[in-house]
Ligand binder design. Sequence first.
Ligand SMILES: [Cu+2]
Length: 480
Amino acid sequence: MYSADLPSWLGIVLLLAGSVSACGAEPNEPVAEQPASFADELELRVPVDLNPDPNVLEINLEARVSNVELLAGTTTPAWTYDGAIPGPLLRAKVGDRLIVHFKNALPEATTIHWHGLRIPANQDGVPGHGQAPIEPGGSFDYSFILPDAGTYWYHPHFDSAAQVSNGLYGPIVVDDPAEPQGIGDEVVMMLSDIGVRADGRLFPNDAGGDLGTLFGREGNVLLVNGRIAPTIFARAGLRQRWRVINAAQSRYFQLALPGTSFVRIGGDGGLAESAEVSSSPVVVPAGRADFVLEPRPQAGSSGPLPLLWIPYDRGFGTAYAREPETVLHIDFDGQAPAVSPPLPELTRDVPELDAEHATPVALDLTLNDASDGSFALGINGVPSWQAQHLMARLGETQLWTVRNTIEWDHPFHLHGFFFQVLDVNGVAPKVREWHDTANVPVNGELRLLVKFDERPGMWMFHCHILDHSDAGMMGMVLLQ
Ligand SMILES: [Cu+2]
C-alpha cells in the first residue's frame, strides 16, 4: 500500500483506483497514446536469442574496441559490448535462464559482473574468486536463472574504473508477468558520463593522477543510452515509467524536471513496498530507480522540457561552481494534456529482517597512508589486497555498520545479495525496499541488514565509485 504522505493528486488517483473502473475516458473517446516516435532516440539494441525455448535467453556477446560517434563528426574508439554504447538490453522474465556466450576481443583481460542479480558465486564475474580473468581472445559461458524481477545491469569487474568509463556497461530488465499493466509507457534509461576530447579521443583513464582517483573521475559529457541529450516525444500528462540505471564510474545523478514530481515506485531490487515522491531524486553510482511521472510543458513555455542533472555535493567541493546540465529533452506533441488512467495498485511485500538477532559487523571506510608516502583507500584501515575476508554462515542475518571516515560520499555495494537499509545517520528510510547499493554520506553511517541465503562462496563488497574500489576500498565475505 502507499504511504499517506503522497501529494493530493496521487492520493485522489489511488482512491479512484479502488472505487471506479480503470479508465476515465468517455466511451467514444480514443485512449490517449504517446506519439509514434516516443522513445526512438533512446532505443536500445536487442540481442538475437539463439534459443527457441521461451524460458531461456541465450546470446552471444563480444567485448571489443569499436569506433562510435559520440560528438557529431568525430570518432571515439570506445570499449563496447557488441560495438556500441551501451551494450544490448538483456530482457527476460523472472525465472528464465540467461546464457551468455561471451568473447573477449579487448586488448586487456575482463570479466562480466551481473550487478544486483542473486546468482551463484561462480557466475558473479569476480576474478580470482568466482572465475579466472578472461584473457584477450578468451571466452567464457555464463549461465544462470534470473531470480528476481527488477532493473539490473552488467559491467566488467576487472580494471573496472577504466573499462566501465570507456563504455562497457549494459542494461538488464527482468519482467514479472504478474505485474499489473498500465504503470506507464516505459523507457529504460542508462545514464552515464564519459571523458571525451573535442576530437573524439577519450581522456586517459589515469587523468588527474592520485587526486583524480581520490575525487573519483567524472566524464565531461553526459550520456543517456549512449547518446548526448536525446529527445523523448511525449503526449503531455500521459504517464511514463522510467527505469533509470546509473552506470557512471563516479557521478551521482541528482535529477530534476521543471514542474514535475518523480514518483519512485522501486529501486535496485524491484518494486518498493510503497511509493515515494520527490522533486529531485538522487540515483547513486550503480543504483537503479523506477519512476513514474506525468510531464507537461511548463506554463508560458513552448519549448522542450529539459531533464536536468543537478550538481550533487558528494564531498570535498564536488559540487563547487558547477551548473545544472541537460540530460535529455521532452518534446510535446502539441495536443491538449491527456488524463492518465489511475496508477494500478503495486503491492510488494518486503519482509522486515530481524535486526535484534543479527550478527553485528563493523566496517569503516578509510583513507590509509602507505609507507611510500602515497595513499590507499581501504576498509578498516586495510586496502583490499591486504584484507582478511569476513565470514558468514548460510542463512545468517548480519547487521553491518558501514562508517564513512572520509570527506567523500561512498555508494556501498554488496554482490549477490539484497539488503535492507536500517538507517542512515540514525534516520530510518520512509519506505522498505531491497537494495544492493546504498549511499554512505560524508562522515556518516549506514546500517544495513543482510540475510545470507543458500549460495555459498566468496562474495565481494565495495565502494561503487570505481576509482575508489580499484584503489582498495573493497572487501570479501566468505559464505559457508
Ligand atoms: Cu568511495
